[in-house]
Every structure is written in C-alpha cells, then in structure tokens.
Ligand binder design. Structure first.
Ligand code: SF4
Length: 313
C-alpha cells in the first residue's frame, strides 16, 4: 500500500483531539477523497503524511508511506520523503510562490538544492514539466513573475513543481477551491491526466462532497476529527449511510436535482466541544438517547463502513 494511516490520534492542547483513531489507505493509481467541513481535521491528516505538525502535538498511531513510518523517520529520511516521495498542492497557488522571484527560479531552485540537479538539467526539466501540464510558451513562462499569470496558470505551475521529483503520492489540499469554475474543471482534468499517466496515488481533500464523489475512487467523510463514513465514491453518493454524509449531500447545490438546499443545522464543532456520545448528535435529525451517551464505532455497510448507532447494516 502506498499510504496507510493507522489509528492516528493527534492532540494539540484543545479539549478534544484534532484527530481521533483515523485509519485510511491510498493505493498506487488510486484517488482517495477526504471530505468534511472546516475544522474537521482533513488538512491535519495531509500534513501528518509529511510530519508537518505542531511541535507540541501529541501523536499516536502510524503513518506509513510505502511501509516506512513517517512519524518515526530520522531527519535524513524525512527530508528525502518531503523532497521526492510525497508532494503537496495547496489551495492558493500564490501562497506557494514568491512574488518577487520568477517562475523559472521557483521551478528550478528546489531541483538544484534538494534533488542535486545541475542548473541546465533543472531548466530542461522545468520546460518539460510546464509542457506536461499544458502551459503554452514554456520558455516565456520561466521568465515571468507570478503576478503576470492567472490563477489557473499558477496552479499549473504548482502542479508542475509537485511533479518535479516524480513522487509516488500527491496530497491535493483544496487544490481547486480557490479557482473559478471553468479553471477548476481544467485543473481537475489535468490532475486526473497526470495521476493516471504516472500511476500516482492521490489524497484529494475537499469540502465539496459532490466534487469528491465525481473525482475520487473512494471517499472518507470526516467529522470532528473522526472518519464517520468510508465508501466507494459511487455508493457513497447514491446511498449515503451516515446522517452527516446525507446532510452534506443535501446542502450542496446540484443542477440535476431541483429540490431546495437543506443546510445542516447548528455549527461545526470546535476543539473545545467535547462529546460523551456521537459528535454529530447536536445536529443530527435522527439522534436518539443512545447517541448521547455512547460513541458509535464503525460498522460494515455496502462497500465500506459507517460510524452510526442507527445505521442499517
Ligand atoms: Fe445521528 Fe445517532 Fe447516528 Fe450520531 S449515532 S449520526 S446522532 S443517528
């Protein structure tokens, strides 16, 4: 397995853990979605794969990349992991780029300093990567500054940089959320193309369950730092088994479904909210007495699992 997260729990000073007993996996050539509202812990999972966690965080469980535990790696192995085995693409491409450095500097400096390429090799590779991500006039792009490129073009540059070391695993953290809808579609098509051409595994993080269901092979739905449903994308979309998953689908606009949007009542939990029972109980339309006292464990449902006391198996 390319990525295997096993029982990951992270505490960082709040009243409850940021993540609690999270387990998931990503195989080679597989796109796995991670969906949840803000504060659900999905970005923390991505950062844990690169061990980019707060220094004071208390961490238990394992995060295995091709069998190597990231949480216990020595500094040299961790540098190698971050430089060449796993790449992250963030939401806002402008935050990844230095506004006073040229695109060419951004693409080549990392290859020279961390991958040991010569300047000429790095430049040739940068041109090759810009062409691979569909940038026209790649020579010109190398000479330009970030402010001269649109958001969609900058995200292509960031994707090119993420591919520079031929990583096995891509972490896409809301990689298309800041883009307009046309550019988002182009970027998703590009991510799909590079992923399938190179057989990459991808952890695709988004707040948009419709998008995850359309783009991913499997989806994990996260709530209050816990995975509440894990299913193949089609099954999850057609027949959600956890009330939170059903709520997310019902509150997202869908042109094919004329029913009115139904927001999930209440607010997402903060790190100061503690729960004796199901974390979703204060917002769940089906909550019963058992939900207030006992935390639901995942049970097997068609194609995966759902953590709900009332789920029908
Ligand atoms: Fe709702 Fe109870 Fe299921 Fe939680 S365990 S999702 S409160 S029905």
């Amino acid at each position: 397995m390319l990525l295997s997260v096993e029982g990951l729990t992270i505490e960082a000073g709040g009243s409850r853990p940021i993540l609690r007993e999270v387990s998931l996996s990503v195989g080679q050539g597989e796109i796995v979605g991670l969906v949840g509202e803000s504060g659900s812990g999905k970005s923390t999972i991505a950062r844990s794969v690169l061990r980019l966690l707060p220094q004071h965080a208390r961490v238990s469980g394992r995060v295995l990349v091709e069998g190597d535990d990231v949480l216990t790696m020595d500094p040299g192995a961790l540098r190698n992991l971050r430089a060449s085995r796993v790449s992250m693409i963030y939401q806002d491409p402008r935050s990844s780029l230095n506004p006073v450095r040229r695109i060419g500097d951004f693409l080549t400096e990392r290859m020279v300093h961390t991958l040991g390429r010569s300047k000429a090799e790095a430049r040739a590779r940068a041109l090759e990567l810009l062409t691979a991500v569909g940038m026209r006039e790649p020579e010109l792009r190398l000479r330009q500054y970030p402010h001269e490129l649109s958001g969609g073009m900058l995200q292509r540059v960031v994707i090119a940089a993420a591919l520079a070391a031929d990583p096995a695993l891509l972490l896409a953290d809301e990689a298309t959320s800041a883009l307009d809808v046309t550019t988002q579609a182009e970027t998703l098509a590009l991510l799909r193309k590079v992923q399938s051409e190179r057989g990459l595994g991808m952890l695709f993080i988004t707040h948009d369950l419709h998008l995850a269901a359309a783009f991913c092979d499997r989806v994990h739905v996260l709530y209050a730092g816990t995975v509440v449903e894990s299913r193949p994308a089609k099954e999850l979309f057609d027949d959600p088994r956890h009330p939170y998953t059903a709520g997310l689908l019902a509150c997202t606009p869908d042109l094919a479904d004329p029913r009115p949007i139904q927001p999930i009542p209440g607010r997402p939990p903060s790190l100061d909210d503690v729960f004796d029972g199901c974390p979703f109980a204060p917002r769940c339309p089906h909550a019963a007495d058992v939900c207030l006292t006992g935390r639901p464990e995942p049970v097997t449902v068609a194609g995966g699992s759902a953590a709900c006391h009332l789920v029908e198996v």
